[in-house]
Ligand binder design. Sequence first.
Ligand code: FNR
Length: 356
Amino acid sequence: MIGDVSSETPDPTAQRKDDHIRLAMAQHAPQTVRDYDHVRFVHHALAGGDRDAVDLASPALGWPVPLYVTGMTGGTAQAAEINRGLGVVARETGLPVACGSMGIVLRQPEVAESFTVLRRENPDGFVMANTNANVTGAQAARIVEIMGADALQVHVNAAQETAMPEGDRDFSHWRDNIAAIVEAVGVPVIAKEVGAGLSRGTVAALRDAGVAGVDLAGRGGTDFSAIESARRTDSGRAYLAGWGQSSVASLLEVAGLARVGSDGGVALLASGGVRHPLDVVRALALGADAVGVAGQFLHVLTTAGVDALVGLLHEWLAEIADLMALLGARDVVGLRETDVLVTGPLREYAELRGVD
Ligand code: FNR
């Protein structure tokens, strides 16, 4: 076990982090929200390209691949072991990787190692620190420094907080706070949801606050409203399960929003409920610059180990390239030229939101 981070620590935040790992794994099951299945490609039998000519780079944030492991954990012994594994996986595959919320490090500096092991195992890769939107600019800068991070994820998780009896109830300062964080840290800031998606208006506000990227982190995968209810002995606020919109719905919302997407605008990252390489390609075709996965990769890491996750990620990258050749796209940007059909409830959502 890495470091001497006792899981007996009295800090309730640490206990919650282990609860999140346990309950996210218990939740790991076929998703009921299948918006991704309503994104279909028209098949053109002669449009295919050469697999060897496919370039997997994601230029928006300078990433070598359009796939990343998004923020999960830190702060306990179990979390340290997970971050060690994720650091090795990222080093072996080239995937950008993030840790979970580092706010606890400001109160308990002795747990820093459970996060920074991600950087230690992966000194040359793209590593993202993670924090909530309540920290000051100076605290955010300190978190980035502790991690030696290349970017900072700032999560906006109002639905999760509302599902938690001890959660925050004042979110009114988040937008201004994020602008202050952007000013204070010397690395790109990526604002993210944690599984409820971002709307067009939210992305526009985040853009105006100066973020370098947004992670739509939509519903359909890990569901924190359900997890927070499951941590309670009563039924809690189980009715909040499934709150929000999927990342493909969010991608449709933000299509065409000025200065959002690659070409010098806010990088558009999609995560939440991504099941396989076809889902990755679907999100990229709808305009995502890169696609993130959390719960599913954590499940493979904790049940099958580091080598299994490294093998899976190599398979995913190879299959993403195969699918790009099938669709005749030489690179991530080329995927946006493919013929995509949006069907079923996802189409209805887009129509109701006035996008098509
Ligand atoms: C998360 N997620 C998360 N996000 C964040 O910004 N800070 C955090 O501390 C955490 N913690 C966390 C713990 C665990 C165990 C999981 C599985 C996830 C949310 C994560 O980054 C992502 O937005 C959602 O999990 C949706 O992606 P998946 O899991 O559906 O691929």
